[in-house]
Design a binder for this molecule. Sequence first.
Ligand SMILES: NC(=O)c1ccc[n+]([C@@H]2O[C@H](COP(=O)([O-])OP(=O)(O)OC[C@H]3O[C@@H](n4cnc5c(N)ncnc54)[C@H](OP(=O)(O)O)[C@@H]3O)[C@@H](O)[C@H]2O)c1
Length: 316
Amino acid sequence: MATAARLASRVLPSRVLPSRPTRSRRSRLAARAASSSPDDDPSPPRPAYDRAVHAIVVGGSSGMGKAAALECVKRGGSVLIASRSRAKLERARAELASTLGLDPDEAAARVALDVVDASDEASVEAFFSRVAPGEYNALIVSAADRAVHGAFLDLPTSSVREFVDSKFWGAYHCAKHGAPALADGGAVVLFSGVLGRRPGVNCSPLAICNGAVEALARTLALELGPRLRVNAFSPGFVDTERFDHMDPERREAMLESTGRSLPLRRVGEAADAGLALHFLAQSAYTTGTVLDCDGGHQVRQYADAGGDPMRRAQKD
Ligand SMILES: NC(=O)c1ccc[n+]([C@@H]2O[C@H](COP(=O)([O-])OP(=O)(O)OC[C@H]3O[C@@H](n4cnc5c(N)ncnc54)[C@H](OP(=O)(O)O)[C@@H]3O)[C@@H](O)[C@H]2O)c1
C-alpha cells in the first residue's frame, strides 16, 4: 500500500480511505491531463463522493487555506501547501501535524510544501512544473496580500494595481497553470469575498477583485468542465492571521461589532471556512457556483434596529 494510503488507514474510517493514484496510474493520468480538452471526451468523470481530497493549497500557510489543508488531511487526503515564505509553511506543517497527531514521517508524507509567489506568473508556472500531473485532485487558491482600503478618489492607482496583482492575478495564474496538472474529476476553488456583491465604503479594491474572481470561476466551469469543476468561495469576515498586524483592542472591537451585525451573531473562524472548502473540493455535482460562507453577511440588516427604517416602520 502506498505510504499516504497506509498512514491514512490508521487514522480514518474505511469509508473515507483515499484513492491516491499509484505511480503507473499517475503516468496514465499525466498523459491524459496533457492531451485532453473538454471536447475530446464528452463523458463526465464518475462522481466519487468517498474520494479523499488531495489538494494543492496556494495560501496554505495561514488562515482559511491552512484550515482547508487541515480538513483534507483529517479526512484521509494529503496536501501540498504553498506560499511565499518557507518559514511560514514549515510552521503551518508543524501545526497541522500537532493538531492531527501526525509523527514526522506521516507529516512529511501527507503535508508537502513548496514556495511560490502567485502574483508572478513565471513563479507559478515553475511551481506547477514541479507537481506530478494527476497526483492532486483539487486546487484551492486562498493567496492574497493584505487589502488596500480607502476612498476610491484618493487611493493611489498603483497600490490598487498591486493588490489586484495578488488577489485576482494570483488566482488567474494558479488556475491557468494548475488546472492541467489536476487529476480528472478534480476541482478548482478560487477565493472571492463578501465585499463583491455586498460592497463597503472604502473597499473598492476588494470589490473589483471579488467580482472578477467569481466571473472567472463561472467561465472556467464551462471551459474546464466536465473534466474539472470550478467554484468560487466567498467568505465573510473570518478571524485569521490576516488581522494579526492590528492593535489587539481595535481588532477585538472590529470583530465584535461585525459579529453583532450578522444573523449568526459572530464572525467566522478559519475552521468554518475549512469545512466549506472541503465540501467544494469534494462535491461532485457542484460547479460554476459561488459558495457564501459568511454567517449571513449577504442578508444582514442594520446592526442597530433603531437605525433601520424598515424595522422602525413595522413598529409605526
Ligand atoms: N479573513 C477575512 O475576513 C476574509 C474575508 C473575505 C475574503 N477573504 C479572502 O480570503 C483569502 C484568505 O484569507 P485569510 O484571511 O485566510 O488570509 P491569511 O491568513 O492572510 O493567509 C493568506 C495566505 O496567502 C499567502 N500569500 C499571500 N500572498 C501570496 C502570494 N503572492 N503568493 C503566494 N501566497 C501568498 C500567505 O502566505 P505568505 O505570506 O507566506 O505568502 C498566506 O498563506 C484571501 O483571498 C482574502 O482576500 C478573507
